[in-house]
Design a protein around this ligand. Structure first.
Ligand code: ASP
Length: 334
């Protein structure tokens, strides 16, 4: 029988009502005990790593989860991580960079309604995550939620209330799960055990800046004392304002010429960014220190740049790592 380690971190799935609002209180053992059928499918052990609202999940929490998986890696066939949905996409992306090419599946799940709610989605999400983690075709980091399996770098929380909380952005679903049947939509190549690469350094000085009409380019100067990288969410396919005084050009080229990292993406959720299309973006497309996000999600950009800057500060290495496709995070050629 396969062995699965369930790592509990909190979230709505573990939450109970209090006079201050929902807060995680149920343990992983209690959650597992509420899901009929899983004990017959595998040998399941539970590790309670923390019990937090994922609003409070930070890079040091990602590293704690990473360490828990790596410490138990040889002993188990797969891992299921119970996590709040609000920042689950960030954690899944971070684990995709911290633990690369894992032959053993690392599956994140959670729920929109607490386990104690009579209409909860918690039971089916845990059940199907375990099924997915037990399947021989599953590998790397993924999210299983509402009957969908999404690559760990491609998820976005799209809905705050419905059970169908997550979408796979700019990439097909890995699979759909109907009751006990896993129907694969994407058949990737399974990594060899020797391909596993784990990392333990992150640089958390990464900021996401969303352009809005009349945002002041001075913001780059204000951020420079606190951050090493900015992810710039531009308009449309890659529009950056061209004011008469060229203040955006000065601020952006000033930022990268000072040795800092800039990744350019779009605030439009689907289909990605291409700076070459419009005059309002093209001048930035050739600069070696300006990285183009293509069709990556902002969640993955945050995690990838934290991971890259944790490994190196050399511009060439930053660039090479950035453009390398990891766990399906960017489409080749974009
Ligand atoms: N606030 C909760 C969390 O992210 C929401 C959820 O789990 O659905 O922990």
């Amino acid at each position: 029988m396969k062995k699965i380690l369930m790592i509990a971190t909190g979230g709505t799935i573990a939450s109970v009502g209090s006079e201050h609002g929902l807060t995680p209180a149920m343990t992983g053992e209690e959650l597992a005990a509420n899901v009929p059928g899983i004990q017959d499918k595998c040998e399941l052990n539970v590790l309670q790593l923390m019990n937090i609202d994922s609003t409070n999940m930070r890079p040091k929490g990602w590293l704690k989860i990473r360490d828990a998986v790596m410490e138990h890696y040889e002993l188990y066939d797969g891992f299921v991580i119970l996590h709040g949905t609000d920042t689950l996409a960030y954690t899944a992306a971070a684990l995709s960079y911290l633990i690369q090419d894992s032959r053993k599946p690392i599956v994140l799940t959670g729920s929109q309604k607490p386990m104690g709610n009579p209409y909860t989605d918690a039971k089916i999400n845990i059940y199907q995550s375990i099924l997915y983690a037990l399947d021989d075709q599953s590998c790397r980091v993924s999210i299983v939620f509402n009957g969908k399996a999404v690559a760990g770098t491609r998820a976005r929380k799209q809905r705050t209330r419905s059970f169908d909380a997550f979408e796979s952005m700019n990439f097909p679903l890995l699979a759909v799960i109907h009751d006990d049947r896993i129907i694969r939509h994407y058949n990737g190549i399974l990594p060899e055990a020797k391909e596993l690469n784990a990392y333990s350094q992150l640089n958390d000085r990464v900021f996401v800046l969303k352009l809005t009409p009349e945002v002041k380019p001075d913001i780059f100067g204000l951020l420079s004392g606190h951050y090493d990288a900015i992810i710039l969410e531009t308009f449309g396919i890659g529009g950056i304002p061209e004011y008469e005084d060229a203040s955006f050009e000065k601020a952006i080229f000033g930022w990268v010429d000072a040795g800092k990292t800039l990744a350019v993406t779009t605030q439009v959720p689907e289909e990605g960014c291409d700076l070459e299309v419009y005059k309002v973006g093209k001048k930035y497309s050739e600069h070696p220190r300006i990285l183009q996000a293509g069709d990556m999600t902002t969640e993955s950009l945050v995690a990838k740049i934290m991971w890259i800057l944790g490994q190196t500060d050399k511009p060439d290495e930053i660039r090479n790592l950035f453009y390398k496709t990891i766990n399906h995070d960017r489409s080749i050629g974009i």
